[in-house]
Design a protein around this ligand. Structure first.
Ligand code: AMP
Length: 456
């Protein structure tokens, strides 16, 4: 290693970040609000692993989606097996027939694992693995945690970001389920204090009507291919629906003239979409139909939705979701209907900060200015009692001069300082000082605790 390299300051890698106090208090409030709101709708928390077999995401999200192709963090578990395999290959008597070689090779290569880019696939995997289809009623789950995508970092877009998501899995695809899921989301945004959110909905059809529409779209796109940028040109072949996501100004007029999915839905999908809108009206939820809302993941069908929030610039989607009937089956489970969403916590926090709704900094109630070795044990006992009363208390680990102690108490924003010297311990009477106006009083221990507990 070069000497300069050895000295280089190690920093968090590109696209990931630390969340520090007091900002972390706002994160906790957002997550706690989700827990409370979701519980009132009967959802339970599922804690999932952060990495899964790569196959899970390839099969569910789609082998040729950006997330799986370009953005995944994938590694080989047990790479040492591979080394062992290379050695064994050189061993005389090693099986020569192709099948047994391939099987042994797969084992020795180790399994490929991926840091989860999203959690719906994991929820479905867990649903199958634990036989949750036998549970009574719909299975309603929520999760909170980090996701990983190797995207180009910018404001509101990170490589490790956080989602709060929920899923409903069961036998019914009734539009009332979609309606209630969206109602719960809006209740969360309302409770968390994010104002100015807009709900966009769409239907992207089912396995019957979507392929026919995609073909029509492809034909229309081929006719205007020359006018499109290279990215959209490529998507005509790989995934024409994604052209509708384009934000390029020069492509907008062309896209507006393309065939729209709403005009190509089959009767069942049309009915489902109309019923969803009735559900939203019934629940007093304002929405806009956005025919271009197709979402990037393969597994969505029928209902898709997105919520945007102010103050976020181009990365203004704070939540995305949709219906994914058939995903559980695709992953080897029983026929199951499903719908869910994921809220981008980073962006919710950013939007709250932009609107000035940051959490108040936590208050330090009491600072203990202790002096003299004999005062310390009494201080420890007093602090334990105060904390037991739910007060936040700072007890300096090392003795300080009174002036320095009070100065630090002030800088930390403490409301009170308790002065505890050897004399105070001997007399059992403590001086408590209100830092805002330097008012002092002398109290016995029980009175002191009562006084501080009532936080005058
Ligand atoms: P998706 O899983 O792509 O449907 O995303 C759902 C939500 O997660 C989005 O609406 C964003 O709020 C958030 N999100 C997705 N990708 C990122 C990222 N790279 N950084 C921050 N938030 C993200």
């Amino acid at each position: 290693m070069k000497p300069e390299a050895a000295k280089r300051q190690i920093r968090a890698i590109k696209g990931v970040r630390d969340i520090l106090p007091p900002e972390s208090a706002l994160w906790n409030r957002v997550e706690q609000t989700a827990r409370e709101v979701f519980a009132t709708y009967g959802y339970g928390e599922i804690r999932l692993p952060i990495f899964e077999e790569t196959k899970l995401f390839a099969r569910s999200i789609g082998e040729d989606s950006d997330i799986v192709m370009k953005e995944s963090y994938t590694l080989v578990d047990a790479p040492d097996r591979f080394e062992r395999w290379v050695k064994m290959l050189a061993t005389p008597g090693w099986p020569q027939d192709a099948t047994s070689r391939a099987e042994v090779e797969e084992y020795f290569r180790g399994i490929k694992i991926t840091l989860r880019p999203e959690a719906t696939a994991s929820v479905c995997r867990a649903y199958i693995e634990h036989g949750m289809h036998t549970l009574p009623g719909d299975v309603k789950l929520y999760y909170i945690g980090p996701m990983f995508r190797r995207e180009r970092p910018q404001k509101g877009r990170y490589r490790q970001f956080y989602q709060i998501g929920a899923e409903v899995l069961g036998q019914s695809d009734a539009p009332a389920i979609d309606g209630e899921v969206i109602e719960m989301l809006m209740a969360f945004f309302d409770r968390v204090g994010l104002t100015g959110c807009a709900l966009h909905i769409n239907s992207i059809g089912c396995r019957d009507c979507r392929p026919k529409y995609v073909e029509k779209l492809r034909e229309a796109l081929l006719k205007v291919k020359d006018k499109l940028g290279p990215e959209s040109q490529r998507r005509i072949e790989t995934n024409p629906l994604r052209v509708l996501d384009s934000k390029l100004p020069e492509e907008q007029a062309i896209i507006e003239k393309l065939p729209r999915i709403g005009e190509h839905l089959c009767a069942a999908c049309r009915e489902h979409f109309a019923a969803l809108q009735e559900q939203l009206k019934l629940r007093g939820i304002a929405y806009e139909i956005n025919w271009r809302l197709v979402r990037g993941l393969d597994y969505y069908m029928r209902t898709t939705f997105e919520i945007t929030a102010p103050g976020l610039g181009s990365q203004n989607a704070v939540c995305g979701g949709g219906r994914y009937d058939g995903l559980v089956e695709l992953l080897g489970g029983p026929p199951t209907k499903g719908i869910g969403f994921a809220i981008g916590t980073d962006r919710v926090v950013l939007s709250l900060q932009e609107s000035g709704k940051v959490a108040a900094a936590p208050v330090l109630d009491v600072f203990i200015a202790w002096m003299g070795a004999a005062a310390y044990p009494a201080a420890v006992r007093l602090v334990r009692r105060l904390r037991g009363e739910g007060l936040s208390v700072e007890l300096p680990a090392e003795e300080m001069k009174l002036k320095k102690s009070l100065g630090l108490a002030d800088k930390l924003g403490a409301r009170y300082a308790v002065i505890l010297g050897e004399n105070e311990v001997a007399s059992g009477r403590f001086t408590v000082k209100r830092l805002a106006d330097a008012q002092q009083r002398e109290l016995g221990e029980a009175e002191l605790i009562e006084f501080l507990r009532s936080k005058p």
